[in-house]
Structure formats: C-alpha cells, structure tokens
Design a protein around this ligand. Sequence first.
Ligand SMILES: Nc1ncnc2c1ncn2[C@@H]1O[C@H](COP(=O)(O)OP(=O)(O)OP(=O)(O)O)[C@@H](O)[C@H]1O
Length: 115
Amino acid sequence: MSRLTKSFGFAAAGIRHTFKTQPNFKIHTIFCILVISAGLFLKLATIEWLWILVAISMVLVSELINTAIEVLVDLVSPEYNKKAGIVKDAAAGAVLVAAIIAVAIGLTIFLPKIF
Ligand SMILES: Nc1ncnc2c1ncn2[C@@H]1O[C@H](COP(=O)(O)OP(=O)(O)OP(=O)(O)O)[C@@H](O)[C@H]1O
C-alpha cells in the first residue's frame, strides 16, 4: 500500500472515530447533509455554495480538532487539572464560534429564498 493511501486510511479512521464517539459531530454531519439538500433544491448560486462550503468545513474541521484535543488532554492529564480544563473549554469554544458563524451564513443565504 502506498504512503499516500495509508495516510488517507489514517485520516479516514480519525473521522470514523470522531463520528462514532462524538454525538455533536453526528448532529453537525446530519445538518450539513440537510443544508446541502436544501441548497440543491433551492438551486444556490456558485458564490452561495462557496459560503456554505466554508461554513460546513469550519464546523466539521473544528469538531475534528476539538476531538483530537480532548483525547490528547485525557491522555496527558487524566486527573483534574485547571489548565487541562481551560484547554478543553477553549477547544469547545472554537466549535461554538464556528457553529454560530455557520448558522449566520446559512440564515443569510436561505432566509431571503424562503421568505
Ligand atoms: N482533566 C480535566 N481537568 C479539568 N477539567 C476538565 C478535565 N477534563 C474535562 N474537564 C472539564 O470538563 C468539561 C467537559 O469535558 P469532557 O471531556 O467531558 O468533554 P465534553 O465537552 O463533554 O466533550 P464531548 O461531550 O464533546 O465528548 C471540559 O470542557 C472541562 O471544563
């Protein structure tokens, strides 16, 4: 197996692990599928698709990084540690910010088309 194929395999395993263990990632994935379906139905313009792709990737990528950080913190600091808590909270905050901005992008694009 080539190095590139192996790398894709490892990356896919990381995505699978996140999907299996993080309920939020599942919810975000389902939401992304719904948004893409709505976009196809409403025939979004190219620029609107680009913004939707930016929103989707921000949320999913931040969720993957958040999962990696959570696992790493649990590995290096399984016992209570104030700084470990701050690291996890900041990572969770990144997901929240990405999700809020994604919702704002979605509303900006879809609301005028619905009403
Ligand atoms: N080792 C630790 N030391 C101090 N506080 C921690 C530690 N582990 C977790 N916490 C606190 O508990 C919160 C929840 O941590 P947890 O590991 O359960 O993540 P989570 O937000 O429930 O993740 P998810 O539900 O997405 O798996 C953290 O945001 C942090 O404030």
